[in-house]
Design a protein around this ligand. Structure first.
Ligand SMILES: Nc1ncnc2c1ncn2[C@@H]1O[C@H](COP(=O)(O)OP(=O)(O)O)[C@@H](O)[C@H]1O
Ligand SMILES: NC(=O)OP(=O)(O)O
Length: 310
């Protein structure tokens, strides 16, 4: 069996979204213990991860330091988060494999994702990144030309362009590493967004939704089960109301109908639901949305929102 595990950026950054190194390392250790257990049962595992909090924080650092050192564009920030989180995840994975006495090599791959330069996502920023701020502080940044959005209880968050992922350009390299027995970390943050220019590629300033990127990578690698690990155990109907109801095992056409009724918020649960639907519609056996600590049961289809073909 082959599994793609998509780790949520928010779920990896602790309760206040602070993204402190020790919180990210601790979350990676929890997730990688489960990955080691899967690998020990002879399951091929590919890991991808979000980068919303981390790429937003890097962008702020660049902006604040701009008068001292040259700032780098958002796609470079995305590439940097792939490297940092790849490093953290590989360390945690190697430790977890060693603890279980499993000998499997790991690799983290800088991964590029093709997007369309005319994608409407460039005109309508929709991807929340970085820290949350109170409304009055966000208003000051809006005056300086940034786009911020009210994200509910936790406050306001900056939003940036998020085009559709069209092709995972380095999928063949991921595939070769998986076939050679590596546990691979790839396509972090949905991949570094690039467009074709002449006979080459150019990075573009955007952040791809990692769950949509994960669905595309999963199909490119003939993955059987996609697990989207986040900070809630299920997708929920009437989320945040007294009538909230978790979605358990569900056929993909039913989940599509629930999404059309507007149960899943844009920029958070909405793209996860879209990603799991796409994966199952395109031939995946099952896709599961649940929390980081339930990965093993999720792979078996025994917990979370379990999406199946019929
Ligand atoms: N219908 C819903 N069911 C469950 N969670 C929802 C729903 N709508 C919005 N959410 C929010 O989605 C969040 C998970 O998405 P997100 O923060 O993007 O996760 P991650 O960074 O882990 O990928 C949850 O913490 C929850 O607040
Ligand atoms: N790139 C991305 O979707 O990151 P998050 O999952 O952290 O929002």
């Amino acid at each position: 069996m082959r599994v793609l595990l998509a780790l949520g950026g928010n779920a990896m950054t602790g309760p206040d979204g602070g993204a402190r190194p020790e919180e990210q390392i601790a979350a990676a250790q929890v997730a990688m213990r489960s990955v080691a257990e899967l690998v020990a049962s002879d399951i091929d595992v590919v890991v991808t991860h979000g980068n919303g909090p981390q790429v937003g924080n890097l962008l702020v650092k660049n902006e604040i330091a701009a008068s001292v050192v040259p700032p780098v564009p958002l796609d470079w920030c995305g590439a940097q988060t792939q490297a940092t989180l790849g490093f953290v995840l590989m360390n945690a994975l190697d430790d977890a494999l060693r603890e279980r006495g499993v000998r499997r090599p790991s690799a983290a791959l800088v991964t590029r994702t093709l997007v369309d330069p005319d994608d409407p996502g460039f005109r309508r920023p929709s991807k929340p990144i970085g820290r949350y701020l109170p409304a009055d502080e966000a208003a000051v940044l809006v005056e300086h030309g940034e786009t911020w959005e009210d994200r509910g209880e936790r406050g306001w968050r900056r939003v940036v362009a998020s085009p559709e992922p069209r092709e995972i350009l380095d999928a063949a390299a991921v595939h070769a590493l998986v076939e050679a027995g590596f546990v691979v970390v790839a396509n972090g943050g949905g991949g570094i967004p690039v467009v074709r220019e002449g006979s080459g590629l150019r990075g573009v300033e955007a952040v791809i939704d990692k769950d949509l990127g994960a669905a595309l990578l999963a199909r490119s690698l003939d993955v059987d089960v996609l697990v989207v690990a986040t900070d809630v155990p299920h997708a929920v109907l009437r989320f945040g109301t007294p009538e909230a109801e978790p979605v358990g095992r569900v056929a993909v056409h039913r989940l599509r109908a629930l999404a059309a009724e507007g149960h899943f918020a844009g920029g958070s649960m909405g793209p996860k639901v879209e990603a799991v639907c796409r994966f199952v519609e395109q031939g995946g056996t099952r896709a599961v949305i649940t929390t980081l600590d339930r990965i093993l049961d999720a792979v078996a289809g025994e917990t979370g929102t379990v999406v199946v073909p019929t």
